[in-house]
Write a protein that binds this ligand. Structure first.
Ligand SMILES: [Zn+2]
Length: 490
């Protein structure tokens, strides 16, 4: 420490010595020390942990953890492009029941303005050969990952007129690129120690992404951190111990024709009428329900994002004209089931959710939304809530809509089942997802589905039709029973 301080001082007063031609702790000194200007590409590998953003099993819990047995990131700073591959398996939390974890091997690529995954096509068996799956919505985040690597940060700082603020022994460097603000800390050892950036998220708004880099060492000629820890939305999303680094590897990230020519299909809403005034709204990956009450509409589930919600709202109003959407029921806080709620709030709907979720949404929705302001950010309306513990009933005096807590599920601790007693219709998300028509029968019972059945029996619900939040369409108690007693079990 003493030696470094003297070295820093020597640099500051302009004494030129070996390894010190610029004041220490500056962007220029870090660029020189890390060889950032000359580096065209890099590949780094390691092991560690990955965490699934937005899928916490309860509103106050961190993102769930996966063990990463292999991780390789290959970055081309010139295109720019990157490929990240890993092998990971969920770590089941003590005391929580989840389906038996299976190894996942995602391959995620970005090249210029195109992003895609390599994976078996949708509906193909998991061992089918991987093919490019276009992921246009992922470009922004994957490009950000390039410019938040230590070398990438210094390159982007140089290219975007970064400003520097001296700190004790180092400096804070900040700049804006592609509409995103980046702030990095350079330490007295001329290392990029921490980088912060912000990305939009439908639930969290301007979401901080923070990466800390530690244990720098010389990996065969290139200085690189031995440990990379990333948090997003306040909880860890990645923690990698780096074991090998290659400077300037050849990187081939040719954009496949199927990705280059891909046009995202328009948001589509398909309607299944389940009963008088009860409409199942499908057409994408996440489904909703619209219910015609005497002088208002109840929508169950506001999934994904504003685009999905706007399409669901338009369809609900077309099916049930001249009535306001008074309530939107939220099954649980997982982001893919809550990302569209704010649009319903702007529409004037009260959010009906488990009591544990209310403080979570209130806090999350108070965050700034400058990157991608949604309707609610523009209107400034405040959210209204009606909360559920145990059981809650929404009624117009004629039709009852019962909301029941799904107790004891490993999937989520603040989890609702929607039940229409007169019609015998139940809506739930993720506890039971019917398989595609040609899928092979399950080899083991899904514990979330077993738990759902236990709740239905405990509550003595007479379910005649399931409207699940995912899957190919309506299902029955017989089909639920079939998946929780797979062949060979009893
Ligand atoms: Zn879920």
């Amino acid at each position: 420490m003493r030696r470094l301080t003297l070295l820093t001082l020597a640099c500051v007063i302009g004494v030129v010595s070996a390894g010190c031609s610029r004041p220490a702790g500056t962007r220029e000194a870090a660029t020189e020390a890390l060889g950032a200007a000359e580096l065209r590409s890099i590949e780094y590998s390691g092991t560690g942990r990955w965490f699934q953003l937005g899928q916490a099993p309860g509103p106050t819990l961190p993102w769930p953890q996966f063990d990463v047995s292999s991780f390789t990131a290959t970055v081309d700073y010139q295109t720019p492009g990157a490929r990240v591959q890993m092998a990971r398996r969920q770590t089941v939390e003590p005391g929580r029941t989840r389906p038996a974890p299976v190894e996942q091997r995602p391959v995620q690529i970005v090249s210029g303005t195109f992003a895609w995954n390599m994976a078996p096509p949708a509906g193909a068996p998991p061992n089918a050969p991987p093919a490019p799956q276009p992921q246009p919505a992922a470009v922004e985040e994957r490009v950000m990952e390039i410019w938040t690597t230590p070398h990438g940060f210094l390159k982007a700082a140089a290219a975007n007129n970064a400003t520097s603020q001296p700190t004790e022994g180092g400096s804070d460097v900040s700049f804006t690129a592609d509409g995103h603000r980046y702030v990095g800390q350079i330490n007295a050892q001329n290392q990029v120690e921490r980088v912060q950036a912000w990305i939009d998220n439908p639930v969290l708004g301007d979401t901080p992404v923070e990466i800390s880099y530690s244990d720098y060492r010389d990996f065969g000629g290139v200085m690189f951190p031995g440990r990379i820890q990333r948090t997003q939305g306040g909880y860890p999303v990645l923690d990698i111990t780096v074991s090998s680094v290659t400077a300037n590897p050849t990187v081939d990230l040719q954009v496949p024709e199927a990705v280059r020519s891909f046009a995202p299909p328009p948001v589509n809403v398909i309607v299944d009428k389940l009963a008088n005034g009860v409409y199942y709204l499908r057409g994408g990956t996440h489904h909703s329900l619209a219910i015609d009450q005497a002088d208002h509409i109840v929508v169950v589930e506001g999934p994904q994002n504003e685009a999905r919600s706007e399409a669901v709202i338009a369809k609900a109003k077309e099916l049930i004209p001249n009535k306001p959407i008074r309530y939107v029921v939220n099954t649980h806080v997982h982001f893919d089931h809550s990302g569209g709620l704010r649009t319903f709030v702007d529409e004037g709907a009260t959010v009906v959710t488990h009591a544990m979720n209310r403080p979570y949404y209130e806090q999350a929705w108070a965050a700034p939304r400058t990157i991608n302001p949604d309707r609610l950010a523009k209107s400034g309306k405040s959210a209204m809530f009606e909360t559920v513990t145990g059981k809650h009933v929404l009624t117009d005096g004629r039709r009852s809509i019962e909301l029941h807590e799904i107790a004891g599920s490993g999937h989520n601790d603040a989890y609702l089942l929607v039940y229409l007693p007169t019609e015998g219709i139940a809506f739930q998300s993720d506890a039971y997802t019917p398989a595609a028509p040609n899928a092979p029968p399950p080899t083991a019972a899904n514990p979330y589905s077993v738990n759902l059945m236990e709740n239905i029996q405990r509550l003595k619900l007479n379910v005649r039709q399931f409207a699940p939040g995912h899957g190919p369409g309506v299902a029955t108690m017989a089909s639920l029973r079939a998946v929780i007693t797979p062949a060979g079990t009893n």
